[in-house]
Structure formats: C-alpha cells, structure tokens
Write a protein of this length. Sequence first.
Length: 663
Amino acid sequence: MDFTARQLAAIRLADPPRDTCVVAGPGSGKTTVLIERFRQLMESGIPAARILAITFTEKATHQMRERLTERASVSTVHGLCARLLRENAIEAGVDPHFRVLDPQEAAAIELRAVSESLDAFLAECPAAIRALLAALASPDLGGSVLEVYETMRAAGTPVGQLRGGMPRADGQAALSALLDTCDRLAGERVFDWNASQREQLNGVLEWAGQLRGAGLRPAREHFQILESFRVDLNRIKKSGAAAGLLHALKKDQIPAARAALITDFYSPQRDTLLAAIERFDAAFRAHKRSLSALDFADLEESTVRLLQDHPAVREGVRAQFDCILMDEFQDTNGLQSKLLDLLRRPDCFYAVGDINQAIYGFRHADPEIFRAYREQVRRDGKQLAELRENWRSRPGILRAVSAILDGASGIEPHELIAARDFPAKAEPSVEVLSCIGADSADALALEAQWVARRIREMHERAPFRDFAVLFRSSTHIGVFTREFDQAGIPYSVTGAKGFYEAQEVADLIHLLRVVANARDEVSLAAVLRSPLAGVSDEALLRLRHGGNLGESLDSFDPALFDAADAAVLACFRSNLRRWRGLRDSVSADRILIDAMDEVGYEMGLTPRGRVNVEKLLSGLREQSRRRSLDEIVDELALIRDSDPREQDRQSVEAGDCVRVQTI
C-alpha cells in the first residue's frame, strides 16, 4: 500500500536505533504501521524470532502472524509471561505444569477466599471488624477488600509492602497550619474591600473560631466544620495578601487538612483493612496453590519477580530480542509497565498508543504511563511520530465525535482528519433525535418507540448484532427493552443486574441444582412449578405433605393426583433419574438442552429470553470442559450472590441480537 508521510515517519528505522513512540489516532492505520515496522526490521537483517511484538488480545496476535509469518514472536502479555515462567519454573518458584485460571474461575476462588478469611477474622476480632464496617462507605467489606487488592496488584505493589507504603499524616499539624493561616488573615488590612467582601472575611474568621473550639485532636466534628467552609473567591479582590490567604485556604490547605484528618482519624480501621487484605491474600494464594493454578495477575507478578530477583535470567531474556514492539501502550497498568522495563534494553522499544483511546480504566490501566513515555522520548530527542489522518470514518462521524468530546476530562485536544474518500450516500452518518412529550416519562417512551422503529427499518439491511444502544446510566434501559420486546427485537443487556434474576436463567440453574443435589427441595419446587415441568399448585402441595419433596416425587402414587399432573410427574421423575445418571459423562449445557427440548421450553420465551438462555448455555459449555457439575453449581451460586452483573460483563454476547449497555 502507499503510506502517507506521517506513516512513513512512524515506520522508518532510525540509524542508530532509538526508542520510538507513535501517537496513533483512531482509524490511522496503526496496526498496518506496526506490521510494516516489523517487516522492515526483518528486511534489515533481524530474524523474525528476535523481534517481539506484544498485543492485548489473541485476535490481534493471530492477525499479525497471518500478515507476517508464523515464525514471528507475537504474543499477548499473559502469553509471554506464561512462556517465560514455564521456561524458568525453578527460578520462578512455580509448578512447571501450572494451569491458567480463566477470569470467571479466578473470581469464584476469590469470592470463596474472601468469605472464608473474613469469617475467620470476624470470629477472632469482632470489635475491630465492626468498627471497620461502621467506617466504610459501603457495607460490603468483601467487595472493599477485593477492590483494594486488585488495584494494588495492578499497580505492582506486593501485599507485604502495603503497610510501609501507606501514607501517614499528622492531623494535628494540619489543623494547626489552618489556624495559623486564619490568624494571619485576621491581621491583614482590608480597607479597600467593600461591605460584601468584608462580610465574607468575617464569616471565615467566625469559621476559624469554630475550628479552634473543636481542639487539635482529630475528631468527627472537624470534618463537619471543614465541610461548612464557605467563601466565593469570585467576589474577593484578586490581589493583596488577604486574597492570597483565602485562595490558599480554599484551594490547598482545607483539602490537604481533610485528607490528613481522614488518614489520622481512621488509622485503626485502616490497619484492620490491611490485616483483612493480608488474610485474604494468604487464603487466595493457598487455594490457587492447591490447584497448581495462576490467575492473570499472578502471571505478571511472578514474571516481574523472576526478572527482578534473577539477573542472569533477566539478561538471558533480554538477549533473546533485538526489538520489542508494543501495541495499545496506553492500556497498560503499573505492573505491566514494570514488566516491560525489565524486558527491554535501551533503544529497542517501539510503542504505539493514544491516550484518547484508553478504554481499560476498569482494569486499572494507567494512561499516564504512555504519557510519561511519550514525554521522555520527546525530551531525549528519540523518535516521536504522530498519526492523525483517519481512514475509517466519514467526516460527519468525526465532526460528531469532536463535538461530543470537546473539553471532556481525560481527552487531549487533537484534530480528527478524514483522509479517505467515501462514496456519496443519501442518509446521514449521524442522526440527532429530539423527542418532545408532555413530561420526561412521555418523552422517554416516545424515544424508545422511535429507536425500536429505526432498528426495525435498518434491520432490512443489517443484522441485529450490528446495532448497539448506549445509555448514560442503566436507569432507562427497561423502558427501551420493553419496546424491543413488543417489536420482536432480540437484545442482550450487558452489565444489567437482571441476568440471574431472569426467569428463564433461574429455571435452568434450579434444574442443574436438582440434578446435582437430590435434597435441594427449594430448587425442586421451583422446577416443578416452572415450564420445565409445569405441575399445578395442588399437586405440588400434595407432594410436600408427603414429607421430603424429593422422596415424595420418587414414590408418589399416581392415583392420588389429577391425570395430567400424574403424567407430568412420572415423565419428569424418569427424566431426572436419567439426567442424574448422565451428570458425570454429559456436559451441563447438554443436560439443559435435553430438558428444554423435552417440553419445548424455548417456544414460550421472548427474544430476550432466548438470548439469555444461549448466553447461559455458552458459559456452561466452557465451564464443563474443566469442572464437575457440583463445582459449576457452587460457582454459579457464588457469582450470583456476590455480583449479578459479573456474568454479563465476562460473557461473550451470543446470537444475532442488539447489544444494550451503558457507555
């Protein structure tokens, strides 16, 4: 292909070799540029096996290999770590035959470990745990532990370093500094201030009196007083010592004092939280050791430790590669940045990224890592290139994006340049809708109807899976999905809380529980009343009066039941015995498919219900390759009880359906 001048500047090899940073805007051909850089390195005489390209997804890895050569060293971060650990298992202190946990399996083990460790901690130190719970903004202590733990691991901070790395603050010193500033403010001459400005100053001095009256020992009262500070800096003179002191109070000293007081006041609770994290970490690692398994963060942690603690291994790994190319560098976290620093030699690193396309903040990616590298390259006079032309989108799309993102937090201002010529079309690239109703609810309903109608119209030219409906929050999703149900539009709600509460999902999970556990009466009752069996309330009540529901089903007398109920119960009992006999040889999804086919279960579902069923079956199909039915049932219970949204976030959307999700 013909490369632009900017692309050629990003591709060319510097002589002598230098570290390179390529700022690649959306649709700028960065993958093609990365591949061409790889190709030119090979043409310069460097063997493909000595060039390491790191991508974020397996899909990107396969694409690069297909366009280069199968001999090319192209890998995800986790794939590279797994290889290095297996090659150096003794030095790394890991089982050479370790297996890598998938995210769902790791999450289930995490939940089990946090529950066990916190239960034991509560039994030993009930007062400390209760004090910590009272101080937390959320009542979910387990969730708080996991949040801190995952953030800490992503930053590359070992648990053992937590206590030494936590900030220590002197709340008394912070309060004293505030009062000193207020004393200086009281002594300033403000003869040229007007009545309104003097009134504000007097209010600040009265506030200082309240603060002084509370004493210097950090207490809850101090937080209330700091929160009550009021001064409108726009109405204060811009010059003079008094104005400078007021600005310093509001902008700097009060926020600093609040942070110091929080750190000081909650010091005992912080120590309890750290102890809870340490206990959880020990339990979590013990569970993984028992399985000879590592999660994704373990792969990175263990590789960083291997390269840090064993210089000979580090130098040997570095010597394997003459050049390292990194895609999507803006989506790396602190731990991955440490790993890359250990892997690369001077002037062998080629990083491609764009801060404006950072999308993995929820996985603790830190775009500042890319920014720091870019500025270092610029400062050191190394190779810096920018790709701004967009070859993917029409001008109307780019203008809309620029208008929406103009001035948005975290977005660096860059012009989006449409570089490709598109054939003319009659329809607009961007439609802006304004739905006006009697009130906001009426307008929202009109909007939902209009969107459903447009999807139906455009579905004549595109499958449902090509559509996505994005919301600022999940509050209004239900209004739209009801319209989609009425219009017969299949959809999948990503991140919605309702996946496990959906009736069809609950029915099928209850059936798995009944197959796994003959004494689960609650699930058996739910299945018998569901369309999977469909017995009457009277029949269910008669079975219950017979004692244990499972035993009553096994020995029920058909003569005591209505003929229709008796036939259903006999058929279900026969099938249940068959499914239990197959549980160790047939996957969980196949058992459910057999059960649904038996009664035509899916015929009565909405399009949304069928998508939910397919999503559940897809997840079970994957799990059944590694786990028994009992383990699957336990894991589903853990995930459902802890975070009903997790399954929706993790699973691959299945089928031809509209994707509905928050931005």
